[in-house]
Design a protein around this ligand. Structure first.
Ligand SMILES: Nc1ncnc2c1ncn2[C@@H]1O[C@H](COP(=O)(O)OP(=O)(O)OP(=O)(O)O)[C@@H](O)[C@H]1O
Ligand SMILES: [Mg+2]
Length: 187
């Protein structure tokens, strides 16, 4: 996978498949700790311990159409290749949190990619799911919560073109605020 945003797409797709009603995505860049953290938390059906154990094995999937699930193993591999770590915590019936960390300056660390576009695709394709997108960069903090926006929309669908356009603009602004686009230098 070429960039972090494609991993986000992939892992969030699992949450959607798991019946999540709310999905929280945290992307945190910490320059002083030289760390990039990605955390995706859902309130879907969760996994039992056996599944958690098997889930990072590329030959495990509960999908019947295709026997090989690669989403989580790929993310794990990407993180580990960058002196990072990977973990899943999940409880059956309650939800799942997938975390991956990367050494931010690692030569193999993938660029963030088009996170704004990724969030758009997710929101457009799943208008009834609540998404929290949380981006942190050192002391800078940006949050977009579709639950709050939904209340203000007064019945206008989340995936109507005007709403999506406005959301996209807001996310891109949130991601781009302040200078520091260091992550793009080795992308
Ligand atoms: N958020 C989640 N909630 C519940 N179960 C999950 C979650 N994420 C993954 N799983 C379980 O782990 C399995 C493996 O996930 P993974 O993304 O690696 O592969 P996949 O979704 O089966 O296939 P692929 O992502 O390659 O299309 C899934 O089939 C599902 O059973
Ligand atoms: Mg998957």
């Amino acid at each position: 996978m070429e960039d972090i945003s494609l991993h986000i797409l992939d892992v969030v797709e699992n949450s959607v498949d798991a019946g999540a009603r709310r999905i929280e995505i945290l992307l945190a860049e910490d320059a002083s700790a030289d760390l990039l953290l990605l955390e995706i938390k859902d309130d879907g059906k969760g996994m039992d311990e056996e599944t958690i154990r098997l889930v990072t094995d590329p030959f495990f999937t509960t999908k019947t159409v295709r026997r090989i699930g690669l989403g989580l193993p790929f993310l794990k591999q990407a993180a580990e290749e960058c002196s990072g770590g990977f973990s899943i915590s999940s409880e059956k019936g309650r939800g799942t949190t997938v975390s991956a960390s990367f050494k931010r300056s690692h030569i193999d660390r993938k660029p963030l990619g088009d996170v704004g576009a990724t969030m758009m695709v997710l929101i457009a394709g799943n208008p009834d799911i609540d998404f929290l997108f949380h981006y942190r960069r050192d002391d800078y903090d940006y949050k977009l919560d579709t639950r709050e926006i939904r209340d203000e929309l007064d019945g206008v669908p989340m995936n109507s073109p005007e709403v999506l356009k406005a959301l996209r603009k807001d996310i891109d602004k949130g991601l781009g605020a302040e200078e520091n686009q260091m992550e793009e230098t080795h992308g």
